[in-house]
Design a protein around this ligand. Sequence first.
Ligand SMILES: Cc1cc2nc3c(=O)[nH]c(=O)nc-3n(C[C@H](O)[C@H](O)[C@H](O)COP(=O)(O)OP(=O)(O)OC[C@H]3O[C@@H](n4cnc5c(N)ncnc54)[C@H](O)[C@@H]3O)c2cc1C
Length: 437
Amino acid sequence: MMRAARPRQFRPFTASRRTLLRAAALLPTLGWGGRAPAVARATVRRIVVVGGGYGGATAARYAALWGGQAVHVTLVEREEAFVSCPLSNLVLGGSRSIADMTVGYSALAKRGVRIVHDTALAVDAQRGRVSLARGAALAYDRLILSPGIDFFFDRINGLAGDAARAIFLHAWHAGPQTVALRRQIEAMPDGGVFAICIPRAPYRCPPGPYERACQVAWYFKRAKPRSKVLILDGNEDVQSKKALFENAWADDYRGIVEYRPDHVLTDVDASTMTARFETADDVKADVFNVIPPHGAGAIARAAGVITANDQWCEVDFRTFESISVPGVHVLGDSIQVAPLMPKSGHMANQQAKVAAAAVVAALAGRPVNPAPVLNNTCYSFISDREAVHIASVHRYDATQRTFLTVPGSGGVSAAKSVREGEYGFAWARSIWADMLS
Ligand SMILES: Cc1cc2nc3c(=O)[nH]c(=O)nc-3n(C[C@H](O)[C@H](O)[C@H](O)COP(=O)(O)OP(=O)(O)OC[C@H]3O[C@@H](n4cnc5c(N)ncnc54)[C@H](O)[C@@H]3O)c2cc1C
């Protein structure tokens, strides 16, 4: 039985020293003496942040912290509580509940961030206003958008209607879909087939689908050992932690997981539970987990900041300000990433700090950090307790005006381990505290 989601709250001033040290370790290198800018002017300036996920909640918290009395920060988030995508694959494996990864917004509100639970519908950049579905429009001096992703359902035949979408779940926004997909997996017969369809890169969380395959296989091994996990990848090869995942499929999940590259999904048919592909043969399964192609969240389109391939938002990487609409900053999964920069929660958290510092500096008339540095660490769980990681460091290159990975930085685990699993759970607790406490 799945426990009901009950938001946990972090108490801002009771965090342990260890938690604070871990949170500090998540800070991007500030680069100009290690001090965040303080706003110098007396006028209170308005910062509106849309999206209270990994990027937006972090940006709101740090803009309020670094802006102090000189700024007023409002966070617009349509959901009542934050539900983490990282760790949510463990819900599909059955070792964690969705409540374990749900955190409320009240501690952030106590930090002085005004939380508005509403949906941002449009942006009037000329007048500096964001209109909302229910409440009055919000005026801003600077706007930060971190709306995550929205799906292009119409690019897959058969997926246009609500009925089909209730069968072919994505669970690529953690929450009700994650719980519903777990129920579908539990209801499968022993000997059934679970198929996961991965879109072409770049997509949200490069290793996420392969971690998901491991989690479902971990469950099958215990509960339905004759069942199969088919990975139908729209790409030509495994996109992240390739050797580590391949080892897991060959050793831990031999006979359960099968990987098939070059499966670009074109059609789904609910009446026969069949998927069709650009070139590969049709596939039938008992449960299809379809991750449709996706792009920047809808509010980015409404704001006119989608500039790359009608899909992602290009930004000035020193400030994360849109290249098309001045005063509007975009971060997280919505942006057109720099080379080898993953669309990850850790990366969104890092980008948010650069954006918050730049916004506070700009409002105070101070120069921004000319050379920000970001890091990324991503844990993937192979079983309920064992994990592997990948890490990288990305430095802004003024000549090429993009982030480049620092030579020799980062790397991947040698092998899965329980110790890395403990680090993975600690990473999650630390980053949630860094965003929401
Ligand atoms: C299964 C899975 C596993 C993952 N595992 C990892 C991992 O281990 N490590 C890692 O670093 N990353 C991981 N990721 C990726 C990570 O979840 C994303 O990269 C991260 O959430 C991006 O942050 P974001 O702020 O761009 O978007 P989100 O975190 O999705 O936040 C967007 C927020 O904006 C809100 N919103 C959107 N539009 C509006 C609007 N118009 N008005 C009001 N609110 C709005 C949404 O409700 C949402 O809360 C995983 C993803 C998945 C799906």
